[in-house]
Design a protein around this ligand. Structure first.
Ligand code: FAD
Length: 272
């Protein structure tokens, strides 16, 4: 089973210690790569490269920086790409990103497809470029088919693969993959998996990013409350069952959104 893990760049000493612990434990699962998020509007501009460097040097992991272009200038992005290349990075997750509310800064790139085209123009095939895609449709998309066409535009611009937004409905993924293939998209589409550590937080986050938590699962988790062992067991069983269905249905790999915690991801992996 091929797996990869997403981390976010730590800022405080406690967060650094937590990431070090989680990276050490999860490295034992021999991930294909790990990725490091990029704060909305460039808010982790220096933390992301530093975290990528540490994950490589201290844990021997192939670390792929996320790079979002919204609000960034061509020169800033060119500089970051050069920095990553000098660090020895071979993989990038290329995104549009979101502007934090209250912050409005015109950038030189409008969509992730523009960023992918820029990476290819500047660096040829040096980087393996992953992009994001949305089996349950991006919340700002006009409609599901327009969103699918915009995903195809990123692949046509040169993306090598895609990682999905998380979802809990395997059929949404299978249908999305079928529709993408029918449009001629041939790159691997890796499902993004969000283990459930904190249900209230997950519910808030899912409302923003447009991921649906099935009613039966939400109701049962609510009934157990946030921190109870029973809720954790139920959540891990449900996410592991989703992963099993995805793998049985041909998913090429599983990409776990770890939120820098190892236990919720490990609870799913041990069930697989
Ligand atoms: P795009 O592909 O540019 O799409 C954005 C919207 O524009 C979609 O609705 C799309 O349908 C529409 N669109 C695209 N092209 C066109 C066009 N030509 N005309 C009209 N509409 C168009 N956010 C962060 O801030 N940091 C991260 O590190 C980060 N990592 C992520 C990793 C993954 C795997 C995923 C799935 C998401 C991640 N996000 C991250 C969130 C992401 O930045 C947001 O979902 C953002 O709103 C969209 O980014 P995108 O790259 O998918 O944008």
């Amino acid at each position: 089973m091929r797996v990869s893990f997403e981390f976010f760049p730590p800022k405080t000493p406690d967060q650094h210690a937590q990431l070090a612990r989680s990276a050490k434990r999860l490295a034992a699962h021999r991930p294909e790569f790990v990725s490091v998020t990029f704060g909305a509007g460039g808010s982790t501009l220096s933390y992301t490269p530093e975290t990528v460097r540490r994950l490589k040097q201290e844990h021997g992991l192939e670390a792929a920086p996320h790079l979002s272009c919204m609000g960034g200038s061509r020169a800033e992005i060119a500089q970051l790409l050069n920095e990553y290349r000098q660090q020895g990075c071979r993989r990038i997750v290329a995104l549009r990103g979101d502007m934090p509310s209250g912050m409005a800064r015109a950038g030189d790139f409008r969509y992730a497809s523009d960023l992918v085209a820029f990476i290819r123009a500047e660096h040829g095939d040096h980087f393996h470029v992953e992009v994001a895609c949305y089996p349950e449709t991006h919340p700002q998309a006009d409609d599901a088919l327009a969103d699918l066409r915009h995903f195809k535009a990123k692949v046509d611009a040169g993306a090598d693969g895609a990682i999905t937004q998380y979802f809990y409905n395997a059929d949404a993924y299978f249908r999305f993959v079928d529709e993408a293939r029918a449009l001629g998209v041939e790159v691997p589409i890796i499902p993004g998996i969000m283990p459930i550590a904190n249900f209230s937080q997950l519910r808030r986050f899912s409302e923003q990013c447009g991921a649906e938590i099935p009613r039966w699962l939400a109701k049962r988790l609510q009934a157990h409350g946030d921190d109870r062992d029973a809720a954790r067991e139920l959540a891990s069983d449900a996410v592991a069952a989703l992963c099993r269905r995805l793998l049985d249905g041909g998913a090429p790999e599983l990409h776990f959104y770890t939120l820098n915690l190892s236990r919720p991801t490990e609870a799913v992996l041990t069930r697989l």
